[in-house]
Design a protein around this ligand. Sequence first.
Ligand code: PSU
Ligand code: MN
Length: 306
Amino acid sequence: MSTPHPHVDIDAPVAEALAAGRPVVALESTILTHGMPWPQNDEMAASVEAIITAEGCVPATIAIVDGRIRVGLPPEERARLAQTTDARKVSRADLGYAVAQGLTGGTTVAATMIGAALAGIEVFATGGIGGVHEGAESTFDESADLTELAQTPVVVVSAGPKAILDIPKTLERLETLGVPVVAYGVSELPAFWSRSSGLDAPLSLDGADDIARFHRVRAELGLQGGLLVANPVPAEDEITADVMAQHIARAQADAVDLGVTGKNVTPYLLGRILELTDGASLVTNIALVENNARIAARIAVALAKG
Ligand code: PSU
Ligand code: MN
């Protein structure tokens, strides 16, 4: 274990890879603590780490354990976190509090980007980022993932904004914040469980080398922040947008009826959609994270080649 920063512990395989300039891919942990049920959450994490390893990279799951920012979690610790029922959901606003109070929590996309940047990791694979929620014009509910992408220099590989969000508003906000959104191998922006959002992606690239070069050029130009890659779920695993639309509408109505607000919104909607689809949304969610891990690893390899 190496400690490059007073609050950060880097697991030995990750530290060795970083010191040698070998590729590392960061992974988030809110998806474990709040995004998927046990035991599928930890099975997903194991399979995603195996995919990253098979591509020649070292996986680094990031989480907060007893107030330490951990970069790379050994399997036993990862499994323990995945079973914890009282872990917090830690985003930028909660990170310092969780460290100061010695708490344990899953890191969101935003907090995982911060941990990755502290450790010197440039590529991160997730499922879907948070964004502008439906009804944000009255609730102001916009994920801190968006402002993090604007300031922290990490390539985030997702399957697009989660379809539970207001995707057009999310794209507008990302543009305002100067965050490039790059569809991978397609021209349409994917929408998490579905390949189709009905919206053109702002940018499109076909290969990991092109994404790596784009990231390098942005840094050379002094442009702050990250880059969002939107990688469509494989066709054989998708749930089409028309099928998802009815479940999403129902889940959103239920959230309003129950008065779910703030950071509980995303976990509630994901859990309710899992019930409404009889578990099919979880199968798709796992497939898309695996698919994103593979592309993230290839981008990390391309960046390590220089
Ligand atoms: N993607 C998933 N499942 C998840 C999330 C993303 O497939 O659980 C999590 C991520 O950690 C993301 C968070 O950062 O949901 C967004 O929450 P909020 O909208 O409260 O910022
Ligand atoms: Mn929110």
